[in-house]
Design a protein around this ligand. Structure first.
Ligand code: ADP
Ligand code: MG
Length: 405
């Protein structure tokens, strides 16, 4: 990181009569919710995204309409912004490095580079297992034909398995199931023989995630542990309430996420996903992957916590104080995929009025014009005094929308 000591950038302290402006790389819904949080705190915003209709670009004060590696656009970002963050983990590390020459960039390019490559990510998890106390699933790295032949010849210990592309995978994309060693070569061919990680398929008791925010001075705070349900490799539902996971296990996950962030010299919001697995000694944790940004599983924090994950992103990049967020309501977050618009067989607007007639509904729609299957269109957070009440309302929302998870 070029800027070792980041100046505090409160929105109300204009520099030379110019408002303080925060930039975000990527114009998706995470960028949009970041922009909303930054604007609520009085900042001006700039979004860099090549799509003229990107959700964040449409709500930001400025939208630099260009590719992430466009040198002129990066120069404009450097001129316009006082600090820059990212909402898109596949932004080229070189882009973050170039921007860091001019302005504070968080998270650091090196951390993003690790998070965007499963091979490096697994290596980081193994290296920090000593401090985090939690390691990754048994796996093998497949870079070439020779690796595939070697791993196929090693027997069935890693199988049944999941083969995942090292780069650009998300929402279960870039993954195929591999039943046994004999099926490996064909599975790798299906993924076009790109670098991959072969991972043993574990019997998951639960999936959890932890969002930490780490400041320039090393201060680390976290959101409460999220209990997640995935359907077809995509997050469908997150439940957060006191007691959603065994207390000691949750504490271990928080400590592991903090250790992983510390070992990356991380600045910003980091989400770490864990698997909960059964072992002869009881429940244990396996670290799955990390996202160098706010995460879908943290959306509930906008309604259920006193500080949201997007405000944490603003605070980390501006070097404002980090205070441990507090969960004040039990919550259920339901993702709204494009399927909700067509699950009756025809394309129709879901009955939002019926949903909004229920108590404790936080409806978020990202303004995307085309409701494609599997596309994240929005989410609903249901808050209530007890998880039983939140679940009861969630069931009614599911019935109205035809959501069956
Ligand atoms: P993505 O980048 O698409 O989120 P993940 O590695 O998190 O990729 O995989 C998506 C989902 O697939 C996980 O949340 C989990 O439900 C399932 N999954 C992934 N790896 C394993 C595994 N080794 N064993 C069992 N289930 C897995
Ligand atoms: Mg994942």
């Amino acid at each position: 990181m070029t800027h070792a000591t980041q100046p505090i950038l409160p929105a109300f302290a204009a520099i030379e009569g110019r408002p303080i402006t925060l930039g975000v790389l990527g114009g998706g819904q995470l960028g949009m919710m970041f922009v909303h949080a930054a604007q609520a705190m009085g900042y001006r915003t700039v979004v860099l995204d090549p799509d003229a209709n990107s959700p964040a670009g449409l709500v930001s004060h400025h939208h630099v309409l260009a590719a992430f590696d466009d040198a002129q656009a990066l120069a404009s970002m450097g001129r316009l912004c006082d600090a820059v963050t990212t909402e898109f983990e596949n932004v080229p590390a070189a882009t973050l490095e170039a921007l860091a020459q001019d302005i504070p960039v968080s998270p650091p390019a090196a951390a993003v580079a690790i998070a965007q490559d499963r091979v490096q990510e697994k290596a980081h998890f193994e290296a920090s297992a000593a401090s985090s106390g939690v390691g990754p699933a048994p796996h093998a790295v497949l870079l070439d034909e020779a690796d595939v032949a070697r791993v196929s010849a090693q027997g069935e210990a890693l199988f049944p398995a999941i083969l995942k592309t090292a780069r650009m995978g998300y929402d279960g994309k870039g993954q195929v199931s591999v039943a046994n060693a004999a099926a490996l070569a064909a599975a790798w061919a299906e993924l076009h023989r790109v670098p991959c990680v072969l991972e043993k398929r574990l019997d998951l008791q639960a999936e959890i995630s932890v969002i930490v925010a780490r400041g320039h001075d090393g201060t680390c705070v976290n959101l409460p542990v999220q209990l997640n349900t995935h359907v077809d490799g995509i997050l469908a539902r997150t439940e957060v309430f006191e007691g959603n996971i065994d207390h000691a296990l949750g504490q271990r996950a928080v400590q592991a996420a903090q250790a992983i962030a510390n070992d990356l010299a991380y600045v910003g919001v980091l989400c770490v996903e864990f698997f909960v697995v059964q072992t002869p000694k009881g429940l244990d944790l396996v670290v799955n992957e990390m996202a160098p940004r706010p995460h879908n599983s943290g959306h509930y924090s906008m309604q259920a916590c006193d500080v949201s994950q997007f405000e944490l992103q603003v605070r980390t990049m501006t070097a404002l104080p980090l205070v441990q967020p507090r969960l004040h309501s039990a919550s259920v977050m339901l993702n709204l995929l494009g399927d909700v618009w067509s699950n009756t067989g025809e394309l129709r607007t879901p009955a939002w009025d019926d949903v909004l007639a229920l108590p404790g509904i936080g409806l978020h729609l990202y303004g995307k014009l085309e409701a494609r299957k599997g596309r994240k269109m929005g989410h609903i957070t249901i808050t209530a005094p007890t998880i039983a009440q939140a679940r009861d309302t969630a069931e009614q929302v599911q019935a109205i929308l035809g959501l069956w998870h």
